[in-house]
Design a binder for this molecule. Structure first.
Ligand code: AHR
Length: 499
């Protein structure tokens, strides 16, 4: 029988709630139609923000939202998106689908959206094609109370109080769409730009530098060596692509082998975080610089018939498994990973929500965020899994050649808050139920309750039928030293263990 060992006496610290964060870019139907429909829309909204989507994000306690990109961030000029709508500049979104961007969703709208959701804003500013002055004045517009011309514009646009935005990204993917820079060049640019992003009042700007693409360890090493003292966090981007970037594979039509390869690639996040952390530890042994995985998730071919630049894809139980594996990894690394942002919130890549006109559907990934929400700001608890391993290979992907060819078919993590231990776990087996023994060091469980998401690996929720949802789960026995879970195939569970 597979085993999960939970030891409440050992902990790496608090699981930052921001690990459960999201990312929304001006891309396809994420911002427009997904989050924002405008005040005049027939779709129920508050000041243009879709009520159904806002309520759904509140229900999973979405803690932080990154905006406006992504690649779009390094082409975004914030002054185009403030002031009367009729005067806002129109541009063509050259990164994503070549559609007209009318800038009707700008700074004020984004911050209102965050207020409605009750989450922290994380703004990723333009280093690639913007100027130092432009970035500095955006911070001033957002956070200063001084009687300057820049702040007077904010007042004239209807906002008296400073927003005190904290999370501030200085460029996105500067090794790629953000400017194709060498790490040495970006490190200098980063230092120059961030110098002029001033602190106003009591608000302490949390400065986030662009970090590596996947396994680019040289980027991390160079950034930590050259600019580590000037940043609060470094980012990491890693997407789970089943096959190649040219032919990624379908989101819904896949074989057992595709399923296993995809989950194996998702599990690679552990290697990446471990190795980047080891480099960061050399320069920053006290762990002052956080690692922020501000883009992650599954990336497939777009749904047939949709705009290839819109990155619209369905979301199956395979995505639920990617989410469970990845969130467990982040929980285990909570001493370095302080934020993560799933790409992307609505209608783009591994979304938690899909919309079509006035309809909305919650994806299996959404339900995993629901099952895992008790981990937010809880004390991480040591959790070791003795899992059955399945042979599988990364196929033609060079980057992964050195890695073990086995995938653990059980993932788990645990935390403790207010005397309740929360254990999350997923049985990755697509068609075999498994019994799992949970051993809790030094504790006999009191009351135990559990919830489950379960389905077939290719199953998904659509606008006509949404069978996948979270349900109560009672197929377990409490024992003297823990419990035994009878997990059905392809499931994710949350188990709440009271004293
Ligand atoms: O999330 C889609 C894109 O992926 C982002 O714009 C970019 O940062 C990354 O390459």
């Amino acid at each position: 029988m597979q085993r999960i060992h939970v030891n409440p006496a050992r902990s790496k610290g608090t699981i930052n709630k921001n690990i459960y964060g999201h990312f929304s870019e001006h891309l396809g139907r994420c911002v427009y139609q997904g989050l924002f429909v405008g005040k005049d829309s027939k779709i129920p909204n508050v000041n243009g923000m879709r009520t159904d989507v806002v309520e759904a994000l509140k229900a999973i306690k979405a803690p932080v939202l990154r905006w406006p990109g992504g690649c779009f961030a390094d082409e975004y000029h914030w002054e185009d998106g403030i002031g009367p709508q009729e005067n806002r500049k129109r541009m063509v979104n050259t990164n994503w689908g070549g559609v007209v961007e009318d800038n009707s969703f700008g700074t004020h709208e984004f911050l209102e959206l965050c207020e409605q959701i009750g989450c922290e804003p994380y703004i990723n500013a333009n280093l690639g094609s913007g100027t130092v002055r432009e970035m500095a004045e955006w911070v001033e517009y957002l956070n200063s109370d001084g009687d300057s011309t820049v702040v007077q514009r904010r007042w004239a646009n209807g906002r008296k109080d400073a927003w005190n935005v904290k999370y501030w990204g200085v460029g996105n993917e500067s090794w790629g769409c953000g400017g194709n820079m060498r790490p040495e060049y970006y490190a200098d640019e980063y230092k120059r730009y961030q110098t002029f992003c001033r602190q106003y009042g009591d608000n302490k700007l949390f400065k986030i530098a662009c970090g590596p693409n996947s396994g680019d360890y040289k980027w991390t090493d160079t950034m930590m060596r050259m600019a580590g003292k000037h940043m609060d966090a470094l980012t990491l981007h890693y997407y789970t692509v089943p096959h190649t970037w040219e032919k990624k594979g379908s989101a819904t039509e896949f074989t057992l082998e595709d399923y296993l390869v995809t989950l194996h690639k998702a599990a690679y996040m552990d290697t990446l975080v471990t190795r980047h952390t080891a480099i960061m530890d050399r320069y920053d042994p006290k762990g002052k610089v956080g690692l922020i995985v501000d883009e992650w998730g599954g990336w497939y071919d777009v749904e047939p018939g949709t705009n290839p630049g819109f990155l619209y894809q369905q979301n199956t139980m395979r995505d639920a498994m990617i989410a469970a594996i990845t969130l467990d990894i982040f929980n285990h690394h909570c001493d370095r990973v302080i934020m993560a942002n799933l790409a992307q919130t609505v209608n783009v890549l591994q979304s938690v929500i899909l919309t079509e006109g006035d309809k909305m559907v919650l994806t299996p990934t959404y339900h995993v965020f629901d099952l895992y929400k008790a981990h937010q700001d809880a004390r991480e608890v040591d959790c070791f899994v003795e899992a059955e391993m399945t042979e599988c290979s990364f196929g033609s992907n060079e980057e992964h050649k050195e890695l073990p060819t086995k995938l653990a078919m059980l993932t788990a993590s645990a935390s403790e808050k207010d005397g309740v231990i929360t254990l999350t776990a997923a049985n990755l087996n697509p068609d075999t139920a498994k019994d799992v023994q949970v051993l809790i060091a030094g504790k006999k469980p009191g009351k135990v309750t559990a919830r489950i998401l379960q389905g077939e690996m290719n199953q998904y929720n659509d606008f006509d039928s949404a069978p996948l949802c979270v349900e109560a789960f009672a197929d377990f026995e409490v024992t003297d030293d823990g419990l035994v879970l009878h997990l059905p195939a392809c499931c994710v569970v949350e188990v709440s263990i009271h004293e």
